[in-house]
Design a protein around this ligand. Structure first.
Ligand code: SAM
Ligand code: CA
Length: 239
């Protein structure tokens, strides 16, 4: 893993250079504003073996801000796990809003489902169990879904992000947003060949590199690479 304390003077502007600063940010600006039910879900998830997969609370706060700014009403999530980002979404939608949530792991979703109920937002959540590609292809079959979604959050199998992109660009409305998560991939994108990287980081790295290149060249979208958490690339559909 690369150090986030690299003092290279080549002047990246990221201020978040230390764990202490991250902790400061969480304690000052994130935790005090985190809805109680999200905190409970986060704490419950932290006892689960794959808890590292969960969306971080600062990223959750960012997603909630985006959704509110956009007045998002119809959204899609690809990759739910125990539902931290899903609950952030459901809490941000109006009462007649909907989030369709796709994941192959129903058991993980069921860990978080009681918190969705407790938050009083279960009526906004449509969880669909199964491979996301099938769920997306099913949505595409119905023409009324084309250009229907205000916001799509993609946080599942990284090797398929580009395959998802080909499809999701049809589902998001013009002016709507697709957000791809983990696009800075633990800093590994700039690792040298000799750097020791966890196996899964190395395995998916080329897919993320390819994704980032492709999104940067895709004239159908405006993009912004936001270095929050593990990096999130916002893609606003232009045409
Ligand atoms: N957004 C979640 C959160 O806020 O906690 C984290 C999602 S986690 C990083 C990735 C999820 O993608 C896992 O729950 C996994 O089951 C799911 N996933 C992986 N491959 C998938 C596929 N082909 N179809 C559907 N879900 C998949
Ligand atoms: Ca993620």
């Amino acid at each position: 893993m690369l150090s986030n304390l690299d003092p290279t003077p080549s002047c990246h502007k990221t201020l978040l250079r230390s764990d202490a600063l991250y902790q400061y940010m969480l304690e000052t600006s994130v935790y005090p504003r985190e809805p109680e039910v999200l905190k409970e879900l986060r704490e419950c998830t932290s006892r689960h073996s794959w808890n590292k997969m969960a969306t971080s609370p600062d990223e959750g706060q960012f997603l909630m801000m985006l959704l509110k700014l956009m007045n998002a009403k119809n959204t899609l999530e690809v990759g739910v796990y125990t539902g931290y980002s899903l609950l952030c979404t459901a809490l941000s939608l109006p009462s007649d809003g909907k989030v369709i949530a796709l994941d192959i792991d129903k058991e993980a979703y069921e860990i978080g489902a009681p918190f969705i109920v407790k938050a009083g937002v279960a009526h906004k959540v449509d969880f669909r169990d199964g491979p996301a590609m099938d769920g997306i292809d099913m949505l595409l079959k119905d023409e009324s879904n084309h250009g229907f979604f205000d916001f799509i959050f993609v946080d599942a199998d990284k090797n398929n992000y580009l395959n998802y992109h080909k499809r999701l660009i049809k589902l998001v409305k013009v002016g709507g947003l697709i957000a791809y998560d983990n696009t800075l991939w633990n800093g590994a994108l700039v690792a040298s060949p000799n750097d020791e990287l966890p196996k899964y980081i190395r395995y998916y790295m080329d897919y993320i590199l390819d994704l980032n290149q492709t999104l940067a060249q895709d004239s159908r979208i405006q993009i912004s690479q936001v270095p929050i958490s593990d990096g999130i690339t916002l893609c606003r559909r232009l045409i």
